[in-house]
Design a protein around this ligand. Structure first.
Ligand code: HEM
Length: 422
């Protein structure tokens, strides 16, 4: 470990990707910080100095105050050298999470209605249970043992997202590889990074993705349908069509944000149900509990570990006086175990009354565009899986992704007995 990481003590958990691979220790350190030093200053060579925001109330306060705390182009914590390199190459893609103010409002309004519950029900209401059945059947075909994270969880949300983006199934493996390079980039086991130049790998993947979606844009401009691809391709801001790069960026954010996040929740959710057979039984006995359980699962996993904000003026947050230009890391993972909001936060409880107060989807103007879709996907999967699942247990040690950004289980070996669909 670098000496300045060691000096940081508990606060190193926000910057050391390996800390996220050992979640028990990570959470123990975050719990100590919430008690004794809830806004630690994290200064490590090669990164901008920042305060980590560990309390639920503080994360919500910062996010709601979006005129003072901006996402900026640097809304994800990255080494300075990596940011500079991508700027120099002119390849830093700009999407919703890199925008603020009127620009963000205009851009978001293009797809906001498409992701609302009523439209999602119309577009996907009948299709989702069918897709869930297909992927539970795929589990059945694995013959009683599989790595649920890699064999199943990864593909189901990918298929949902790609089908709403109009990507043919035969192209999905290519898009999967690209989203993993973009999001799982820090963990070589997941991103498949070649050599030691993550910027090149991520940038090349983004460029490939942009090229791929140019074709889809052209098609939907010529033949508009009711899918999200057509909404993006024909979207306008102040009466003007989106530029080609902005259009590609929109596809990229929907494709990447909607995939690994939901896959991690699915695998993390099943892992916890296996570890808590009483909870699994409760859901099997009464499937009407599944929607609340889905929120508890998302709280528990919190696959988006952080986003950054930059103060645009002075502000007092808790006991800390912030100055214009200061950086904050919003730790959703810590906020969702905050004892002040969640009773017994380290208890996985599918009946938790206030599970939906979690901040795993953020809050405020950047609140996750796909939150409802993610919930629908998880609910459909568990509604299909649970009545057919006669037995399930761990068949090896689960492993977590070593990444500071979007992560969850990277391996979940399980043994199971599953019934064919009725
Ligand atoms: C369990 C699954 C998911 C989790 C935990 C998650 C989490 C998040 C978080 C934390 C943010 C930032 C919120 C903020 O800054 O306040 C976000 C933004 C976003 N998410 Fe999700 N997400 C999930 C699934 C999805 C899905 C399925 C989509 C599909 C389209 C999606 C699309 C987006 C987009 C486009 C944004 C940017 C919104 C904006 O900046 O205005 N997400 N998500």
């Amino acid at each position: 470990m670098q000496p300045d990481m060691q000096r940081l003590g508990d606060a190193r958990i926000f910057i050391d990707r390996m800390a996220y691979a050992d979640l028990e220790s990570w959470h123990a350190a975050a719990a100590r910080l919430r008690k004794s030093n809830p806004l630690p200053l994290v200064e490590v060579e090669g990164y901008v100095p920042f305060r980590a925001v560990t309390l639920h109330a503080h994360v919500a306060e910062v996010e709601r105050n979006h005129t003072l705390f901006w996402n900026t182009r640097d809304s994800v914590l990255l080494p300075r050298a990596q940011i500079e390199q991508s700027r120099a190459l002119g390849m830093d893609i700009k999407t919703l999470i890199h925008m603020d103010g009127a620009e963000h409002r205009g851009y978001r309004q293009v797809t906001n209605d498409w992701f609302k519950p009523a439209n999602l029900r119309q577009q996907l209401g009948a299709r989702l249970p069918e897709l869930a059945r297909r992927f539970v059947d795929r589990m059945l075909q694995q013959g009683g043992e599989c790595d649920f994270a890699r064999d199943i969880a990864l593909y189901y949300p990918l298929h949902v997202i790609m089908s709403i983006l109009g990507v043919p199934e035969t192209d999905e493996p290519r898009l999967l590889e690209l989203t993993q390079k973009i999001f799982g980039g820090e963990d070589p086991d997941v991103g498949g990074i070649q050599g030691d130049d993550p910027v090149q790998t991520i940038m090349a993947a983004l460029q490939d993705m942009a090229m791929y979606f140019f074709g889809i844009t052209a098609d939907r401009r010529a033949n508009p349908k009711s899918d999200i691809a057509s909404t993006i391709a024909n979207g306008t801001i102040d009466g003007q069509p989106l530029g080609d790069l902005e259009t590609a960026g929109y596809y990229a954010i929907v494709a990447t944000a909607g995939h690994d996040t939901t896959a991690s929740s699915l695998a993390g959710g099943l892992e916890e149900l296996i570890r808590h057979p009483d909870q699994l039984r409760a859901l099997k006995e009464d499937p009407s509990r599944i929607p609340r359980a889905v929120d508890e699962i998302i709280r528990w996993v919190t696959p988006v570990r952080h986003f950054m904000r930059q103060a645009q003026g002075d502000y007092r947050l808790g006991d800390v006086q912030l100055r214009a230009g200061d950086w904050l890391l919003l730790s959703y993972l810590s906020a969702n175990r905050d004892e002040a909001v969640f009773e017994n936060p380290f208890r996985f409880d599918v009946g938790r009354r206030n599970a939906d107060e979690h901040l795993a989807f953020g809050i405020g103007v950047h609140f996750c565009l796909g939150a409802h879709l993610a919930r629908m996907e998880l609910e459909a999967f568990f509604r299909e899986l649970l009545p057919r699942l006669d037995h399930v247990e761990l068949a090896g040690k689960p492993e977590s992704m070593a990444t500071t950004f979007v992560g969850g289980p990277k391996r979940l070996p399980i043994r199971f007995r599953l019934r064919p669909a009725a």
